[in-house]
Design a protein around this ligand. Structure first.
Ligand code: ZN
Length: 136
């Protein structure tokens, strides 16, 4: 008999990200990730979507941002990323850059990993020298 899966109490944002992770399409890496962003008081989810042509794979974080933009959001107020790793997995460089397009350096980034391992950080800590429109 398998032990019951431990569930820690999570914020609604993290619960949405956890549910998104369950829908990830990761048949090649088996590395499932879910993300949720808070924008204008609404939660938008994304999961990673792999492709047989590996370079076409999209990350959960960027898919969540795309969902927020589709809903009309112009700024993101928080992001939660749920993975199955310990320590929890941070967004990749590409996703950090996309988050920087819609969030400030103070953007809260909450990482949830295996058995509820939790890291709370900011976009500025993860990407201190973000490229932005001010350089254009
Ligand atoms: Zn990414």
């Amino acid at each position: 008999m398998r032990p019951a899966r431990r569930r820690l109490p999570l914020t609604p944002l993290a619960e949405v990200a956890r549910s998104a992770r369950d829908r990830a399409h990761a048949p090649y890496s088996r590395f499932k990730v879910g993300a949720a962003v808070l924008a204008d008081g609404a939660i938008h989810a994304g999961c990673n979507v792999e492709n047989a042509s590996y370079g076409l794979t999209t990350c959960a974080e960027r898919n969540a941002v795309a969902a927020a933009v589709l809903a009309g959001a112009k700024a993101i107020d928080a992001v939660v990323v749920v993975s199955g790793t310990s320590p929890p997995t941070p967004p990749c460089g590409a996703c950090l850059q996309v988050l920087a397009e819609f969030g400030t350096a103070a953007l809260p980034v909450i990482l949830v990993g295996r058995q509820g391992a939790l890291v709370e950080t900011t976009l500025g800590a993860l990407l201190p020298q973000a490229f932005s429109r001010k350089f254009l």
